[in-house]
Design a protein around this ligand. Structure first.
Ligand code: GLC
Ligand code: CA
Length: 577
């Protein structure tokens, strides 16, 4: 029987749920344009480069692209410091290029969600230039100011480890607030005019045909404008205070009413520091706020809890990871909808963090992609993971471009800290690990640019690149396409219930997905060693659906031995009589 016929048969066993939506069925590819493809030799990826790669994107089978910011920006934080929300960053191209990209994607049945930076602008945005020019400028209230005659403002911390989140500006003898860098002043969402401005920005892009938004750092937007001392209960983790602003839910409901409700769009919020209960308040359908969000709980897995710049690989436990994912699945069991990802441009490479990026790079990459594409929640694949790109592990601070790393290094250097240990640590945790250029081929600069790349190319490009992967039937790339096709063909993988098995195992990640009469058993060996898995007494395997090794598996007395990083999906029947 052909694979297609199999899929048709499987489909009949499932019954579609009634709350279907395209954004639940979406398969998202996160595209970091600065490092995707350079078209003009200036070393910076650009929109024309993406346009030239549309066929590649389509060939993956993905249905949505989350495009990191391409708005005008001085790039203090790589586009997350926007100086004009209605224009395209010079290095990225023009508005015409953007229109052409959007068209090209739509023609191929791919949607695009834009990355909207809500919490702050660039200090070069005209609103801020005006705002800081005088205390009675009409834009003064667009930002948060603290007049110096009131003394030093209550302590706020900068996510990017600057001296603090208030910076003094002598033009008006006042401090302004910036949760991120000093070039990213926070907008004052308590001001209704600011909110209106931002809703207009959203409509501008939606009217252009953009299919939704990734809402950058949305939990931080609302602030108590009396700027109290951070309450005692947040002292351990002051950043969690940032995500609990008093007006947040009101603003999201207003945003929904003014903007979202008028379009058929997808919204996904970046939600650091929130609990499961809070997550549902943002995403429950009846509350009319946002549709989905992603949390950071597993982003900190394998990191030192006291200082997230440092890894703690020894204390990584698969049982913890399983707990994180199953608790988040449960959070959206009855309402709301989650996002499933393993890395973004803010974390190091997927296979370097969750897999084995040397001996089992191929197998473990495939296993991780199998995981992403068989969990409940909209899956996000990060650019380069489909070819198994790895951490670059820079040896010198001079190679880093990310101020998150650079600022902390300087802090250590000026306070007598151990900068060498920090460089070692950043090899595992730095954001730049995921920001190196996409590896297209084994040509100069991995075929990314004819010029000098803005950030060094990973030297492993000679073997790890898309062209090699294209030519190798056993590549991660081909497997990714197969797995994506499977997710699209089997609604059980989108809508089916999730049930974790083997909860105590430190090597096996096993779960079932079930929709009506169709049940898929997902068996993943998250380890370098062979591991046996035994079926539950009343389970019966119908057939193997996909396997990241070539050889079929054989059960003997309900027991199967999995190879290192082996990943298998079975169709499985549970006898409940
Ligand atoms: C988000 C972005 C990150 C950026 C930060 C500030 O976390 O993903 O890259 O640095 O917001 O805008
Ligand atoms: Ca360029």
């Amino acid at each position: 029987m052909t694979a297609n016929k199999n899929i048709e048969e499987d489909k009949k066993k499932e019954s579609y749920p009634t709350n279907k939506t395209w954004w639940k069925e979406a398969i998202v590819y996160q595209l970091y344009p600065r490092s995707f493809k350079d078209s003009n030799g200036d070393g910076i990826g650009d929109i024309k480069g993406i346009i030239a790669s549309l066929d590649y994107l389509q060939s993956l089978g993905i249905t949505v692209i989350w495009l990191n910011p391409v708005f005008s920006s001085p790039n203090d934080d790589m586009g997350y410091d926007v100086s004009d929300y209605r224009n395209i960053m010079t290095e990225m191209g023009t508005m015409n290029d953007f229109n052409e990209l959007l068209n090209g994607l739509h023609q191929r049945g791919i949607k695009l969600i834009a990355d909207l930076v809500l919490n702050h602008t660039s200090d070069e945005h005209d609103w801020f230039v005006q705002s800081k020019s005088s205390r009675n400028n009409p834009y003064r209230n667009y930002y948060h100011w603290w007049p110096a005659e009131k003394g030093v403002p209550p302590r706020r911390y900068s996510v990017f480890h600057e001296e603090g989140a208030w910076t003094y500006d002598n033009t008006t003898d006042s401090y302004y607030l910036h949760y991120f860098s000093r070039k990213q002043p926070d907008l004052n969402w308590e001001n209704p005019t600011v909110r209106k401005e931002m809703y207009e920005v959203m409509k501008f892009w939606l009217d252009k045909g953009v299919d939704g938004f990734r809402l950058d750092a949305f939990t931080y937007i609302s602030k108590d404008n009396s700027y109290p001392e951070i309450p005692e209960k947040y002292k351990e983790d002051p950043f969690s205070y940032y995500s609990c602003g008093p007006g947040l839910h009101n603003y999201l409901q207003e945003m929904n009413k003014e903007v979202f409700s008028h379009y058929d769009l997808m919204t996904v919020g970046e939600a650091s520091g929130i609990t499961h209960d809070q997550a549902l308040l943002f995403t429950a359908t009846e509350r009319k706020e946002i549709q989905t969000l992603y949390h950071f709980d597993h982003a900190n897995w394998g990191r030192n809890k006291n200082n997230l710049y440092y890894p703690d690989l020894k204390n990584r436990k698969l049982t913890d990871l399983k707990k994180i994912f199953s608790l988040w699945d449960a959070a959206f069991e009855n309402d709301g909808w989650g996002a499933v990802y393993l890395t973004t441009h803010d974390q190091s490479r997927m296979v370097s963090r969750f897999g084995n990026d040397t001996t089992y790079r191929n197998e473990s990459s495939k296993l991780l992609l199998t995981f992403l594409l068989s969990m409940r929640g909209t899956p996000y694949i990060y650019q380069g993971d489909e070819i198994g790109m790895r951490n670059i592990r820079f040896e010198k601070i001079g190679e880093y471009k990310d101020l998150h790393t650079i600022n902390y290094y300087h802090y250590l250097a000026t306070t007598g800290g151990d900068t060498q240990a920090f460089i070692e640590a950043q090899k595992e945790t730095a954001r730049d690990n995921s920001r190196t250029p996409f590896q297209w081929s084994n040509q100069k600069n991995a075929g990314f640019t004819n010029g000098t790349p803005w950030i060094n190319v990973n030297p492993d490009y000679e073997s790890i690149n898309a062209r090699n992967a294209e030519n190798d039937p056993a590549s991660i790339l081909h497997y990714t396409r197969k797995m994506i096709a499977l997710r699209k063909a089997l609604p059980v993988l989108v809508y089916g219930d999730f049930n974790l098995l083997e909860k105590e195992s430190e090597t096996l990640f096993v779960f079932t997905r079930r929709l009506a009469n169709m049940q898929v058993l997902v068996v993943l060996n998250f380890s370098d060693t062979e591991t046996a898995f035994t079926l539950r007494a009343n389970d019966k395997i119908v057939k193997e659906i996909i396997n990241n090794y070539n050889e079929q598996t054989h059960f003997e007395n309900s027991r199967v031995v999995l190879k290192p990083w082996q990943a298998i999906l079975y169709e499985c029947i549970t006898d409940e009589s």
